[in-house]
Design a protein. Structure first.
Ligand code: AMP
Length: 249
């Protein structure tokens, strides 16, 4: 069985995001990019399934500009066998990504497509769900455990009241939650080996998918600045302020 893993290039989570002065978006000049953290978890899970002899080949896919190759090389260094970059400089919203991944899934015929539960730049949390719907495949979202046996995936999900376990017939779509695993660091020899692994570049136009955005961004704003706090003399003063000023007790 093959596993297809979607890896998005996002602004690194350590970078302090700067909003453009005209509010049209985020300033991306000279920022560091990395793989979306949930997607590293997705790659790790696929590689572990390969190491367990359940998955035969791990294919990493990214959709975006040429710079995504770097992110795919990291996935290859973590243990993916080959990579596909669907190249475009246009904005690709979750629906467009899901449509592209559907075409790739039809081409690659994986038993499992693994995505992150959410991209940390748009926070949409939509792509995996849309992909499952477009393919007509079952989905196990926000997975904190995945077990494959007898042509089915048992996916444990973290939900409000505790844990839910769903059993999906393969092929299926799984999206990863934070506690699924701890991704490995790529070792230097594996980084060197990854340079020789196949990375196919497919221009988005070759897939015949309509990727026009369906949503318009009206305005991007910084969150309001927090007001400075004050120091109170003692607990009694704190309780008094909570009662009379904040009116929370
Ligand atoms: P989102 O729905 O945007 O929060 O993204 C959820 C997941 O979909 C991500 O964690 C990725 O696994 C996948 N994904 C979204 N956009 C892309 C992209 N441009 N390239 C590859 N994978 C993507």
């Amino acid at each position: 069985m093959k596993a297809l893993v979607a890896v998005k290039r996002v602004i690194d989570y350590n970078v302090k995001i700067r909003v453009k002065p005209d509010g049209s978006g985020v300033d991306t000049a000279n920022v560091k990019y990395s793989a979306n953290p949930f997607d590293e978890i997705a790659v790790e899970e696929a590689v572990r399934l390969k190491e367990a002899g359940i998955v035969a080949e791990v294919v990493a896919v990214s959709i975006g500009p040429a710079g995504c190759q770097e992110i795919l090389r990291t996935a290859l260094a973590m243990g993916a066998d080959r990579a596909v970059l669907v190249q475009t400089d246009d904005e690709v919203q979750p629906l467009a990504v899901a449509k592209i991944l559907k075409v790739l899934a039809e081409r690659e015929q994986p038993g499992l497509v693994i995505l992150g539960k959410q991209a940390i730049d748009d926070d949409a949390s939509q792509t995996g769900q849309m992909l499952a719907a477009l393919l007509g495949w079952p989905q196990g979202t926000f997975a904190s455990k995945v077990a494959i046996a007898d042509g089915r995936a048992e996916v444990t999900r973290e939900i409000d009241g505790g844990l839910e376990t769903v059993s999906l017939a393969l092929p299926a779509v799984v999206t990863t939650d934070l506690r699924l695993n701890e991704p490995r660091y790529a070792s230097l020899p594996n980084i060197m080996k990854a340079k020789k692994k196949p990375l196919e570049i497919v221009p988005v136009a070759a897939l015949g998918v309509d990727i026009r955005p369906r949503l318009a961004t009206l305005k991007v704003e910084e969150p309001p600045k927090r007001k400075a706090g004050i120091r109170v003399a003692d607990v009694a003063a704190l309780v008094d302020k909570l009662k009379t000023e904040a009116k929370v007790i």
